[in-house]
Design a protein around this ligand. Structure first.
Ligand code: ADP
Ligand code: MG
Length: 312
């Protein structure tokens, strides 16, 4: 016989709190969280729906990891330190092995960053998973999209396009060296420590979830500025370069999602602080409100806001 909802929560989603902020965890009508003096709570929610955000045959351990990772990535982009999450699960049935693996993937990442699961909701229906994540940031210090300055350098962490390539591989693209991109797509690593480091030095920041052009576009629109990107400065992995060579699809890294790297702007005189880290300068914030990408000495310009039209 299937276990009850109560047993399910106790068995798979109840762990002792790791943080002193957690005053009351799973088991009451609400959880209680202390916010220390001088801090604000940064709150974000991301939902994943079967058939939309993941494939039906997804490895549940990867899914648990990814659901939390995308939420921690949002906190990282604001420079917030993650402390707690709540979890809303809509399940078609109670599948204990599936839940055990999902919970293993979720808690492995949660424990890495000392994030407490403090509550949630469990209902039946089409498989839909939602996390609300909470983080601490000193009052007034959160990194925002709206504060890029003309003359800032544009940087990103890590590599661009591996998440997108991972999706292509899932959809049937075959090449050697697929492992890194597939791993990136299945189990993205949120840039939590980078977000905390950048809090004091970056002017604006966003995480790349929908593609560099779309996400940088949000910074530009909110800040009322433009950008020039040097395509040849983009950090592209061997696998992504190989994909472009094979297909000619050089725009993929610009438009594909699922990277979960941070894209940020920083005053030029602070850029030296980034030395030694996994940070790459990819362009410049400009006054004219356009997003232009230089590729093979040609400038391609993207309309602000939509970016669906790729025009010369
Ligand atoms: P209520 O009916 O009062 O909303 P529930 O019966 O839904 O409470 O939940 C009981 C307790 O279990 C609550 O503390 C709730 O936060 C927690 N909870 C429910 N679902 C989950 C879940 N998927 N993960 C973690 N905690 C959960
Ligand atoms: Mg209640």
């Amino acid at each position: 016989m299937a276990i009850s909802e109560f047993d399910l929560i106790r068995q798979f989603f109840t762990r002792p709190p790791q943080r002193e902020y957690t005053q009351l965890s799973v088991g009451d009508d609400c959880a209680l969280l202390d916010v220390p003096a001088g801090y604000q709570l940064a709150i974000t929610t991301d939902t994943m729906v079967e058939g939309v955000h993941f494939f039906a045959d997804v490895n549940p351990e990867h899914l648990g990891h990814k659901l939390l990772a995308v939420n921690l990535s949002d906190l990282a982009s604001m420079g917030a330190e993650p402390i707690a999450i709540s979890l809303a699960l809509t399940l078609p049935k109670i599948d204990e092995p599936w839940l055990a693996e999902f919970s293993r993937g979720l808690f492995a990442l949660a424990e890495r960053y000392k994030v407490d699961l403090i509550g949630g909701d469990t209902t039946s229906g089409a498989l839909t998973l939602s996390i609300q994540a909470m983080g601490l940031v000193p009052i007034g210090e959160a990194l925002k999209r709206s504060t890029a300055q003309v003359g800032d350098l544009i940087y990103m962490t890590g590599c661009l396009g591996d998440g997108g390539l991972g999706l292509k591989i899932k959809q049937g693209f075959i090449s050697e060296n697929n492992e890194v991109s597939l791993q990136h797509f299945n189990c993205p690593q949120p840039r939590v420590s980078e977000g905390l480091f950048l809090r004091d030095i970056a002017n604006a920041c966003i995480d790349i979830s929908d593609g560099l052009l779309a996400d940088l576009g949000h910074i530009l629109a909110r800040s009322g500025v433009g950008a020039e990107i040097d395509y040849h400065a983009l950090p592209l992995s061997k696998a992504v370069l190989h994909y472009i060579e094979e297909t000619g699809d050089w725009q993929m890294p610009l438009s594909a999602g699922d990277d979960y790297e941070l894209c940020f702007t920083i005053a030029a005189d602070k850029a030296a602080l980034l030395e030694g880290g996994d940070y790459h300068c990819i362009g410049l914030i400009t006054e004219q409100t356009q997003l232009s990408v230089t590729y093979n000495q040609q400038a391609f310009s993207f309309k602000q806001g939509g970016f669906e039209h790729f025009s010369r």
